[in-house]
Design a protein around this ligand. Structure first.
Ligand code: SF4
Ligand code: SF4
Length: 157
């Protein structure tokens, strides 16, 4: 019996805390809707997607492949990103470049975003600064897995 009473007291206590947060947040939300600024931050959830939060400067968003001055990819198909990727979602097919300074270029470069965990290891591993994750694009949902395969055309910035 005592256990049951303690149980209901805890439920009541939890309900009071939840209700308190609800009404306090609602109060600040109404103030915000009325255009009244308060010192309190974080009382209101961002009204996404109409309202968007600025991304942090070190965020990781959709990948892009960097270009050389002549428009060709900076990537030299060294496979370091492929090796570093924990999700095994990068596929690179190397081809020989007639320029001996470059030696190789990616004939195919595909990232399967349906498997990518946005860890950024590929960016860290690249010795040529050929791949970056700074496009600010984070809305990447698609209706099919095929649309999440990003090839050279889609990735080249
Ligand atoms: S961000 Fe991580 S998981 Fe995604 S492609 Fe790069 S290394 Fe792979
Ligand atoms: S993107 Fe960078 S790490 Fe990946 S294959 Fe190209 S040069 Fe190598």
């Amino acid at each position: 019996m005592i256990k049951a009473i303690e149980y209901f007291i805890e439920i009541l206590r939890g309900s009071v805390i939840t209700a308190r947060h609800f009404f306090v947040n609602m109060f600040f939300h109404i103030l915000k809707v009325m255009g009244i600024k308060t010192k309190r931050k974080g009382a209101v959830t961002i009204q996404y997607p109409e309202e968007k939060k600025e991304l942090a400067s070190r965020h990781r968003s959709l990948h892009r492949l960097m270009k050389r001055e002549n428009g060709k990819p900076r990537c030299v198909a060294c496979m370091l990103c492929v090796t570093a990727c924990p999700s095994e979602c990068i596929y690179v097919e190397a081809a020989e470049d007639p320029d001996l300074e470059i030696q190789k270029y990616p004939a195919k470069f595909i990232i399967d975003l349906s498997r990518c965990c946005f860890c950024g290891f590929c960016v860290e591993a690249c010795p040529e600064d050929a791949i970056r994750m700074d496009t600010d694009q984070i809305e990447l949902a698609q209706y099919s897995r095929e649309d999440l395969l990003y090839d050279l055309d889609k990735l080249i910035g």
